[in-house]
Structures are given as structure tokens and as C-alpha cells.
Design a protein around this ligand. Structure first.
Ligand SMILES: CC(=O)SCCNC(=O)CCNC(=O)[C@H](O)C(C)(C)COP(=O)(O)OP(=O)(O)OC[C@H]1O[C@@H](n2cnc3c(N)ncnc32)[C@H](O)[C@@H]1OP(=O)(O)O
Ligand SMILES: CC(C)C(=O)C(=O)O
Ligand SMILES: [Mg+2]
Length: 539
């Protein structure tokens, strides 16, 4: 693959394996780098900056292996970074030489602050080094990229001088780094315009930009550069990189895709041109993001644009309602376009009836309007305590709210439990009897559930034996709903009860009361006089 200067599309230069790996803690071994490089090739990046060959034997091996195995004919350009020193350039050349399309990327700082304090060199010395080292890199490969480090804080006049010299010495790509993420988009636009106006020989090279994210402006700055004639962007998957990271590949690519009519004119294309602006197979984005996150250990924040867990998730009722009626009301791109199977409607405290009903229908529940309303109120109560409601939670709620309720039965009004390792577990329960009496009692027990059951037994004196008690967490996580199932035996008959709550003691109380109410209903039907006694006994 050869890339022509000032191409009418964007060259995607991926530096996940070089600048991305500079994220503290993100170090990758050779196998891991190779796995990511294979995926980057599938994603369709034009250039892979595979590492900094002079940095360590491991990085040399990684660049070499990637050059051999991924840099095949028809594959991406494989590049290594090198300081403007003979040693670094030699290492880079030796590592990338196996690629069908090798590139050496050499750089030297140009800002006064870097010259004075880091390099401790004069402008004349830096100019001479740039000239000599670009030519030296060119002696190994045709494809040489040059970066004036800290370009955005460099005196423009000196920057133009350095760039002219680098181009004259054979650089084929000129990369403008905003090394410390200092630029604003307007300043970036002016910087690029200045270079295009003042560097006489730049028409023969590809102009590139490398934006860091220290002020959260990396993507905005990269796009501003593209609007002003830059044709290569340097970026990383998930935006990882030194300090606050680099421009995120997925953000740039999807911005160009989603806003194609906006960007087309900057590439001399008709507004409505359908042709893609990059070679990226966007359906591979999500997979690549997951692989990079997994291997670097750098988690993607949930609200990260494009690849964050919430990027295609909708929680609020108004948005969910809109999405269910017409997806584009609240989505500017489809989940499938980045390789996610579908968007997500997340049920939580902000959800509305439409989303709730739709999810229940998908789960196979056809509820009457009355049952739906009952279930929805319970759903809101539980959602107030839980971050996200799972399908299991919904099933538990529907089961609780739609199971046949015993009319005129005992109802729990209030539960309070005290327990701990240095106190007797005790429970205070208020129950409304079938005769509408409100009764309160306190009791101690061997544990909080036992205390609750002792208290209920004092109020509802229906003889029974608890023969089974089980708790099940229906969802994962600390805020899971717990479902309690109890079986109570009266003479030969067994009555079961079940209830769910984020508080398992509360669920236990309701489950037991549920079983007792069934037993009470049975007694009402089979022994009306006996049941009347239970209902009116005051304690
Ligand atoms: C903005 C960026 O992301 S630039 C890339 C940053 N990435 C890395 O640094 C990762 C790889 N780096 C390394 O492994 C090491 O720093 C090495 C192998 C490159 C150099 O290690 P050391 O020789 O021990 O030098 P050290 O890292 O302490 O200091 C850097 C030296 O390079 C010099 N230097 C920095 N940039 C350049 C440059 N572009 N060209 C030439 N010399 C440079 C510094 O002035 C300093 O020289 P000094 O020791 O004479 O003062
Ligand atoms: C090596 C250069 C391009 C770099 O990473 C930077 O300046 O941020
Ligand atoms: Mg950088």
C-alpha cells in the first residue's frame, strides 16, 4: 500500500502500541502487542506504530514480530518511533525492516522550554540534528515521519524552519504534535493554516496531527486539524496514552462517519458523497476496544463516547419512549455500526411505563392494565433502591404483584429489626388484621428473621410449623433482589409463600405472611369459626 500526499481521505495512524502503551500500568508483552496488532489490521488502520524499538529488547522484539507477522504485503504500514539519534534510528530500522511497508518516525523537541530544560540545545543545534537524522532515517526506509515535539508551544517561525529542513531531508509525513494537550481547536486550526502558508515544500508530504487529551480536547483538536488540510491523524483505541491519553480512534472515525455531510466539503467532496472518509471497518471497533481494554487493564469508563458501556444505553423514561417509537429520536448512530449487537434499554428509577411494558412483553408477560400499574409502582419502589433492574428482578416483581392475593387477609404495615454481634436480634412488627385492627408487637429471636417470625406468630396465632425457608439471590451484585421462599405446615397441608426485596429480612417477613394468608384463606373456607378467632384476637 502506498499513500499519496494530500490524499482525499483520512489516514488513520494508530499509536495504541506506542503512545497508548505509555499509559501508566498498560505495559504489554510481545504476544499481547501482536494480538492487538492483528486486530488493528482487521480494523483497517493504515499505520500501526508498533512501539519504540530502542526502548527495550522486549519492545524491539514486539516491533520486529509485528513487522514480520502483520506488516505483510497489502497490510498496514509498520512504524517505530525513534529519538533523533543514530542509535534509536538504527534500532527502529532493524525492527521495521521485515514489514512490506516500513516507516521510521523520528522526533525532536522544538519548543524553547524543551530546548532549554530538556535537550539543553540551541535552535541551531536542533535544526542541524533534524536535518541529519531525517536523512539518516531516509537511508534505511523511504517512508520517514518527522515530529517536532511540543509543536503547539513552539515559536511558529522556528517551527516552519525545522519543517522545511525535515522535508528537504526526505520526510514524507510531517506530524504536528500537541504534546502537552495545550491547544484549543481554533488555535490548532491557525497552527495548521500557518504551516500550510509558510512551509514552502510541504505539498509533497502528508500533514499529520498528534493530539494529547490533557484538556479533554484531543478529538476536537484532531478534527479541527482535518478541517484545515491535515490528512493523517494519530490516535489510540479507547483514547489511552501518556497522562490523560490521546485522541480516541473510535471518536474520530465515528465523527467522520456520522457527520460525513459536514466533513465532505473539507475533502473536496460533494456534501452528499457516501464514500467513507477512512478505511476503518467500523464494525470492528467494539471488539478492538474490548481487546485493548482487556490486555492493557485500562478499563473503559462507562460514559466513554462510542465504546463505553452506556454509549448505547438508555435509562430515562422519556428517552426510552422516544427510542421505542423511533430510534433516531435519541441516537445519532446505530450500535451495530461499531459492532455491538444492539442498543440497550436499561430499566431503572428513571424509566417509564412504555419501556417497562415493552420489556415485560419481551419476557413473555401479558399483564392487564391494573396488574401492570401495580407492578410498575412496585418496580419504582425497588428501582429507588437499586441501580439497574435486571430481567430477574422484573420477573420477581411481576410474580409478587400478580400472585393471587388473599382478600381481607393480614397485611404487614411496618417492620423494624435490630441485630448485630453484641445485641439480641429483635423485631418490631405492625400488622393490620382482616378486621382492620392495627397491632404492634416486639420480639427477640436467634437472628433477625427468627425475631420477625416470632413477632408475626404473636400477632397471627395460626398454628403452623415452618418446614422450609430458603433465600435466593435472583440477580448478581450487592443490591440484588433476594427471593425468600417458605413452606408452613398446618396439620396435613402445606402452604407456601414467596416474596422478593433488596432487604432479605423484609422479603422473609412478606414471604411468611404470604404463606400464613394462604393458610388463613384455607381455614376461612374449611373452618370459618376458627379463622374468625384468628382474625380478631387482640394481643
Ligand atoms: C511525547 C512522547 O511521547 S515522546 C516518547 C516517549 N516515550 C518514551 O520515552 C518511552 C521509551 N523511552 C525509553 O525507554 C528511554 O527513555 C530511552 C531508552 C528512550 C532513553 O533512555 P535513557 O538513555 O536512559 O535517557 P532518559 O530517558 O533518562 O532521558 C532521555 C534522554 O533523551 C534525550 N532526548 C529526549 N528527546 C530526544 C529526542 N527527540 N532526540 C534526541 N534526544 C532526545 C533527553 O534530552 C535525555 O538526554 P540526556 O540523558 O542526555 O539528558
Ligand atoms: C512522539 C510524539 C509524536 C508524541 O507522542 C507527542 O508529542 O505527544
Ligand atoms: Mg504523544
Amino acid at each position: 500500500m502506498s499513500i499519496q500526499p494530500q490524499t482525499d481521505r483520512v489516514i488513520i495512524f494508530d499509536t495504541t502500541l506506542r503512545d497508548g502503551e505509555q499509559s501508566p500500568g498498560a505495559t504489554l508483552n510481545v504476544e499481547e502487542k501482536l494480538a492487538i496488532a492483528h486486530q488493528l489490521a482487521l480494523l483497517g488502520v493504515d499505520v500501526i506504530e508498533a512501539g519504540f524499538a530502542a526502548a527495550s529488547p522486549g519492545d524491539f522484539a514486539a516491533v520486529k514480530t509485528i513487522a514480520q507477522e502483520v506488516g505483510v504485503s497489502g497490510g498496514p504500514i509498520i512504524c517505530s518511533l525513534a529519538r533523533a539519534t543514530r542509535q534509536d534510528i538504527q534500532a527502529a530500522a532493524q525492527a521495521v525492516q521485515y514489514a512490506a511497508h516500513p516507516r521510521i518516525h523520528t522526533m525532536i523537541s522544538t519548543s524553547d522550554i524543551h530546548l532549554k530544560y530538556q535537550l539543553r540545545k540551541s535552535r541551531e543545534e536542533v535544526l542541524a540534528i533534524a536535518k541529519e537524522m531525517v536523512a539518516y532515517a531516509k537511508s534505511f526506509v523511504d517512508d520517514v515521519e518527522f515530529s517536532p515535539m511540543d509543536a503547539s508551544r513552539t515559536d511558529p517561525e522556528f517551527l516552519y524552519q525545522v519543517l522545511e529542513v525535515a522535508i528537504a531531508s526526505g520526510a514524507t509525513t510531517i506530524n504536528i504534535p500537541d504534546t502537552v494537550g495545550y491547544c484549543t481547536p481554533k488555535e490548532m486550526a491557525m497552527l495548521i493554516q500557518g504551516i500550510r502558508e509558510h512551509v514552502s515544500n510541504f505539498d509533497n508530504v502528508i500533514l499529520s496531527v498528534h493530539t494529547q487529551n490533557d484538556l479533554g480536547l484531543a478529538t476536537a483538536n484532531a478534527l479541527a486539524a482535518l478541517e484545515n488540510g491535515v490528512r493523517q491523524v494519530e490516535c489510540t483505541i479507547n483514547g489511552i496514552g501518556e497522562r490523560a491519553g490521546n485522541a480516541a480512534l473510535e471518536e474520530i472515525v465515528m465523527a467522520l462517519q456520522v457527520r460525513k455531510p459536514y466533513f465532505n466539503p473539507y475533502f473536496n467532496r460533494p456534501v452528499d458523497s457516501e464514500a467513507p472518509l477512512t478505511n476503518i471497518k467500523t464494525q470492528e471497533i467494539y471488539k478492538t476496544s474490548c481487546l485493548v481494554s482487556q490486555l492493557t487493564g485500562m478499563q473503559v469508563q462507562a460514559n466513554k463516547a462510542i465504546v463505553g458501556a452506556n454509549a448505547f444505553a438508555h435509562e430515562s423514561g422519556i428517552h426510552q419512549d422516544g427510542i421505542l417509537k423511533h430510534r433516531q429520536t435519541y441516537e445519532i448512530m446505530e450500535a451495530a455500526s461499531i459492532g455491538l449487537p444492539e442498543n440497550r434499554i436499561v430499566l431503572g428509577k428513571h424509566s417509564g411505563r412504555n419501556a417497562f411494558r415493552t420489556r415485560l412483553q419481551e419476557l413473555g408477560f401479558q399483564l392487564s392494565e391494573a396488574d401492570l400499574n401495580k407492578a410498575f409502582s412496585r418496580f419504582k419502589e425497588v428501582a429507588d433502591k437499586k441501580k439497574e433492574m435486571s430481567d430477574w428482578d422484573l420477573e420477581a416483581i411481576v410474580r409478587d404483584e400478580t400472585q393471587i392475593q388473599v382478600e381481607n387477609a393480614f397485611q404487614i404495615e411496618h417492620i423494624q429489626v435490630i441485630c448485630g454481634d453484641s445485641t439480641y436480634p429483635s423485631a418490631t412488627i405492625t400488622v393490620v388484621t382482616p378486621e382492620r385492627q392495627i397491632l404492634t408487637v416486639a420480639s427477640v429471636g436467634t437472628g433477625p428473621v427468627d425475631a420477625v417470625y416470632q413477632a408475626i406468630n404473636q400477632l397471627v396465632k395460626i398454628p403452623n410449623q415452618l418446614i422450609e425457608f430458603s433465600v435466593q439471590s435472583v440477580t448478581g451484585g450487592i443490591d440484588a433482589l433476594g427471593t425468600v421462599t417458605v413452606r408452613a405446615q398446618h396439620q396435613e397441608r402445606i402452604f407456601s409463600g414467596q416474596a422478593s426485596d433488596t432487604d432479605i429480612v423484609v422479603a422473609a417477613a412478606y414471604a411468611y405472611m404470604n404463606a400464613l394468608n394462604r393458610l388463613y384463606r384455607y381455614l376461612q373456607q374449611s373452618e370459618p369459626t376458627v379463622s374468625a378467632d384468628f382474625a380478631t384476637t387482640v394481643h
